[in-house]
Write a protein that binds this ligand. Structure first.
Ligand SMILES: NC(=O)c1ccc[n+]([C@@H]2O[C@H](COP(=O)([O-])OP(=O)(O)OC[C@H]3O[C@@H](n4cnc5c(N)ncnc54)[C@H](OP(=O)(O)O)[C@@H]3O)[C@@H](O)[C@H]2O)c1
Length: 245
């Protein structure tokens, strides 16, 4: 049987890794990216035979070109891309520096934009692109202005892509996670106490009574990447345990 081939940007930890593990268990071939060699090697060891790792910084167009070339050389055409690589730096609007602005937009939006653009020639007809955005697009959180703008930009792109890429059989849909327990919080600059309070708040106020885990997101992403979602366009699935109801 032919394996379906999916590229996951930022597949070494958190949501991306959980999706890679879920898909490789379903016999997909997954290609994951990340910047940390150590994390990439750890992830590939855990994922096993159905996985390939490529060190690639999504904010670098040269790295994206190299990634596409490597994937093309090894697999030819692919079935989908999960645009997942992303960062969050907690900062009030007034304290957001140009460096935080550029880093966030370059990874979360520019990287996503050009990754999609450069993968188009090797996407099959039909194929699926899934964008990882966030509930911040419709529910305001303090200290997340540039992160929120980067995710809103990504969501707005989805509509246009669904029109422009329709004739190539490429569909674009969105997964919008709520606060999910991953390494992103520790990398955000928030103190351990703030993170604990945040996770406790979302556990207590959620209808599911606990924080969302990356493994909760994986089956949703797998569905959007699968043939079962072939007629969906610009659909957004909110995976937040009901916290924004
Ligand atoms: N956790 C949440 O509460 C939450 C909620 C909504 C949406 N999201 C979104 O989910 C996505 C994944 O985040 P996560 O929560 O799973 O956090 P995470 O564990 O920190 O995962 C981020 C992944 O992206 C990679 N990455 C970061 N910058 C990169 C770059 N420049 N080039 C390539 N890879 C890069 C990381 O690897 P390296 O560090 O090695 O580069 C890692 O594999 C992000 O887009 C985030 O915005 C998260």
């Amino acid at each position: 049987m032919d394996h379906k081939i999916i590229v996951i940007t930022g597949g070494t930890t958190g949501i991306g890794f959980a999706c890679a593990a879920y898909l490789s268990n379903l016999d997909y071939q997954v290609v994951i990216t990340g910047r940390s060699k150590e994390n990439l090697e750890k992830a590939i060891t855990k994922l096993g035979n159905n996985s390939v790792g490529v060190l690639s910084d999504t904010s670098s167009l040269t790295d994206i070109d190299d990634l596409v070339q490597k994937v093309k050389n090894q697999f030819g055409k692919i079935d989908g891309v999960f645009i997942n690589a992303g960062i969050f730096k907690a900062s009030s609007f007034e304290n957001t520096t140009e460096a935080i602005f550029d880093e966030t937009m370059n990874i979360n939006f520019k990287g996503a934009f050009f990754t999609i653009q450069k993968f188009i020639p090797i996407l099959k007809n039909p194929s699926s692109i899934v964008l990882n955005t966030s509930i911040v697009v419709f529910k305001a959180f303090a200290n997340s202005s540039i992160y929120t703008a980067s995710k809103a930009a990504l969501e707005s792109l989805s509509k246009v892509l669904n029109i422009e890429l329709a004739e190539k059989g490429i569909r674009v849909n969105i997964v919008s996670p709520g606060v999910t327990e991953t390494p992103i919080q520790k990398k955000s600059g928030m103190s351990d106490e703030t993170i604990d309070n945040l996770l406790e708040h979302f556990s207590k106020t959620s209808p599911i009574g606990r924080i969302v885990q990356p493994t909760d997101i994986a089956p949703i992403v797998a569905f959007l990447l699968s043939d079962g979602s072939q007629v969906l366009r610009n659909e957004k699935i909110i995976v937040d345990g009901g916290t924004t109801l």
